[in-house]
Design a protein around this ligand. Sequence first.
Ligand code: HEC
Length: 708
Amino acid sequence: MKLKFNALRPGGRLAVMCLMLPAGMALGAPADVDARRVIAADREPGNWMSHGRTYGEQRFSPLKKVSDANVGQLGLAWSYKLDVDRGVEATPIVVDGVMYTTGARSIVYALDAATGRLLWKHDPKVHGIRLSEGCCDVVNRGVAVWKGKVYLGAYDGRLIALDARNGRKLWETDTVLDHGRSYTITGAPRVVKGRVLIGNGGAEYGVRGYLSAYDADSGKLSWRFYTVPGDPAKPAESKAMEMARATWFGTEYWKQGGGGTVWDAMAYDPELDLLYIGTGNASWWNRKARSDGQGDNLFVSSIVALRPATGEYVWHYQVTPGDMWDYTATQHIILADLPIDGKTRKVLMQAPKNGFFYVLDRQTGELLSAEKYAPATWATHVDMKTGRPVVDEKAANYLEGPKVVSPAFIGAHNWHPMSFNPQTGLVYIPVQETAAMLSATTPATRSPHKSVVNLGVDVPDLPEDPAIVKQISDSFKGKLVAWDPVRQKAAWSQDYRTIYNGGTLSTAGNLVFQGTADGRVVAYAADSGRKLWESPANTGVMAGPVTYEVKGEQYVSFMAGWGGTFPLILGPLSLAAKVKPESRVLTYKLGATGQLPPPRNEAQPLPVPPALTAGPEDLKAGRELFNAYCGGCHGLNAVSGGVIPDLRYLDATRHGQFESIVLHGLRAAKGMPPFASVLSPENATRIHQYLIKRAHDLNTEIGASAKR
Ligand code: HEC
């Protein structure tokens, strides 16, 4: 069977799918079309047609004109400056010479993939106040492209279909069930069986997770799969929810939403006709508050297999039963065929936040193996008889008192996609070695403010002392690990300056590409791990790179741009990356000689801080209030990671506007939420005084380092 997926050409021809079928074969049902699309992706390696390139999401490209023999000659072919210098997490889609990608605030760009020329742009104009209702920056992980339409999940929860020729909006639908809660979308939609699939984020604020499927043509809702149960006074939505109910305890478990949001991973096996989704952490993190301290709490932190036409549940595997550490299983899912015990097994692989690498039989959900790919103190091992982790209560149960738990909530691996190279048999994982202290608080009722997370857990405390911060920062280690999934051990690894390094791409040219948190794009030999090429990116690179061909020439493209959880919440630790946000698409080819402008490195002058008037009690309260209400964006202890303003640098005008900005929404349109409903003017003043104190601290530090 020969086929051709002609989504769209730069000239603007309407997308068609020309299927050249053998005589006598009728045009198939949607299932066949999907199977053909998979083959199309393999027959057309020059395109990058869906999020993980193919439905199995291996992020492996058969292209090999750029190889371990010549990768040293890669140069910058073109770059494109994006509008917003905040987190960039998108995987571009490339079809017939056009790149469709997204930047921060859900802005979509269609670019000529050979030159970087802008063809069109679509800004969904997400309102500022909605931009402040997510935990982890105003990021977007990319679009789906299907039959002439481009699908975007906007930050405010809208699913939007655009005309791929010109970016004109064809339809939009609201995926949010309850606007009283902080639902967002950061993930990339997938298209399976003529349906656009999209989940949501928001479990840190208290939401109920679900995945929705919409008709790709009309935008009409086809089905919805809830990942956690709702109000027990109402009938369960599905058999799966009946099953899940039995794993939740207490009478009010559903009130905080339950979590289990489907904010990133999906994969599809057209032969088995199974859709795989990864679900997020529970809401609250505190299991005592959430479910009376018991129960597995299905389907949080799980991999669930569904029928893509109906959303019907088929099987699940829960990686962290009764999760209380924010161990999401939303991390990238890869499908592959692996030789295990002398047989070829159809497997599913995931390296979720909890530090174990899982290999499952993707037909049945049977656990084949699970081993630690990074330090993990919360469990000793996974029991192969029960398929469950053996939790080390003494090390990890913070309901009994504060515990330093590894991995930290930022995960041993986060959303940064991994890749699998069938030629080396290795999975390339952006690994992070981290730990954080957790302690339970008496959880409040539902979070009274849509921009304030409510975990039922104390915000991880970080000392202010710069020497201690440096020590903790040094203990956070970022690595690229080439993992052998059959032997369940590392084949090689590369160390980085800090965590939050980019997703990976592997190619038939025996290469692995990765961007780094410290502002580089790098290529390694896929088999040996030897570094073969690197080039400056001017900023932290987090997204997964792609490769494609235009007119016979191979390109490698990175979405560069710093932001996300690490520089927002853990600002003081993220400064180790030594980069500033500067968002661009960077595209390379052999022999090109393009140059980036020099990186932004202007030092911000520190205005003379006003006199401090508060006493130690008020400053202590101010610090606690700041870390609870503001630290999630502006950085713990008022040390920003440089993506959102560092409040130690406020000038006289801003000091004068402090109440208007903080309580009354003077900057709400820019994503700075108003806090009048939860902060009294007295408490706002305590926070203000704490910021002034931190400005004085910084002044002293600068003075001390000038003397050194
Ligand atoms: C959801 C993220 C978020 C939270 C939470 C948040 N801010 Fe902001 N804040 C922002 C953003 C984004 C801006 C930049 C807005 C702009 O570009 O004008 C900002 C700007 C500001 C500014 C103006 C800074 C300047 O240099 O112009 C002040 C002051 C401020 N925030 C104080 C606070 C305080 C105090 C809190 C806690 C009570 C807080 N913010 C919580 C996102 C946040």
